[in-house]
Design a protein around this ligand. Structure first.
Ligand code: ZN
Length: 340
């Protein structure tokens, strides 16, 4: 049986936050906000189970943004005075907080939603955290003056939270590193090292998600400049194959990634993107099963996990629900066609 999972994020309901936004404003405050976050998490746990997914996530309902949600619990970061910064090699501008002092975790970051996730499903649960290199690329530095040193400092904080999540019964901890597809030489040089430092000592399954970003316009425009073959993965996969990280999530369906690059991940579980996050068109189960079939040429069946290309956060709820259903139905179709 093929396994299935989402990359990480899902759309927030309108009673929790603004919709169709990457940095949405919360719709509530205080206790009401805390409750709304958990209610939305519960809703998406149910939707993922109903879709038949084998790995369940929290949908990232409790964080405003996949990087800044973590940073909000870190001392040494000034959220009062955000500055505009070009991120992902200046692909787009974002208002980001500034690192102004030594970094220190204020306490647990995701305790409540991890407890709720673990309590409400008996399936495997996955929790996502931003990767050190992507954090460094999404915050302004007024203190460390060195990307590698700051990445290693963040890796130590991520490791503390990851170990606590593992102790809560999380089965898979995934670090999101879209920056690996932008700074390929640095990713292979120190990005993977920082990632392993974040995952040091974990006995649960560890994963990394590397993508071409959310389906926002800036990313769609960027992808149009990447040519016929997107070979970014080629530079970092060998370093990941040699690392201790167990699973790698990559884009596949509707991308220009040559599928043979998956063969560079020998020995790893591969989360193959079978759902496009840059289009509202819902994949058919046949399309999903076809993508799984193509990936099987390069990934052994027991190592293949059907997944979304990236998070679904900026999409509409209805589209995301339909895409979850397509992911589940397509994986079951692949079982019938190719299983056994
Ligand atoms: Zn992604």
């Amino acid at each position: 049986m093929f396994r299935s999972a989402i990359a990480g994020s899902l759309p927030k309901p309108d009673w929790l936050a603004e919709t169709n936004k990457l940095w949405p404003r919360w719709a509530r405050e205080g206790d009401a906000l805390a409750q709304a976050k958990l209610d939305a998490t519960l809703l998406w746990i149910k939707q993922q189970e109903d879709a038949g997914l084998s790995v369940i996530g929290d949908g990232e309902m409790s964080r405003q943004h996949f990087v800044h949600g973590f940073l909000e619990q870190v001392d040494g970061i000034d959220f009062e005075h955000k500055v505009e910064m070009g991120i992902r090699n200046d692909r787009y501008k974002a208002m980001v907080p500034q690192v102004v002092a030594p970094l220190k975790l204020r306490g647990r970051v995701h305790e409540a939603e991890a407890a709720l996730l673990r309590a409400h499903t008996t399936r495997q649960v996955k929790f996502t955290l931003p990767g050190p290199m992507t954090i460094v690329d999404t915050v302004a530095d007024q203190f460390y003056g060195d990307r590698v040193a700051m990445a290693m400092a963040f890796a130590d904080l991520l490791n503390i939270e990851a170990k606590a999540l593992q102790a809560q019964g999380v089965d898979i901890i995934q670090f999101d590193e879209p920056a690996f597809n932008v700074y390929m030489a640095e990713a292979a040089d120190w990005g993977v090292q920082a990632l392993e430092r974040a995952a040091a000592g974990l006995t649960c399954t560890t994963a990394v998600h590397i993508c071409y970003g959310y389906g926002i316009q800036a990313n769609v425009d960027w992808k149009a400049t990447l040519g016929e073959q997107w070979r970014q993965y080629e530079q970092v996969f060998p370093a990941l194959a040699a690392s201790s990280i167990k699973q790698v999530s990559l884009e596949c369906f509707h991308s220009h990634v040559p599928p043979e690059l998956m063969a560079l991940l020998k020995g790893k579980d591969v989360m193959v993107g079978v759902i496009d996050v840059a289009s509202d068109v819902i994949e058919t189960p046949e399309q999903v099963a076809d993508t799984i079939g193509r990936a099987l040429q390069y990934v052994p069946r027991e190592r293949l996990i059907a997944c979304t290309n990236c998070g679904l956060a900026p999409m509409s709820r209805a589209v995301a629900e339909a895409k979850l259903a397509a992911l589940g139905a397509g994986t079951r179709l692949a079982d019938q066609r190719l299983g056994g």
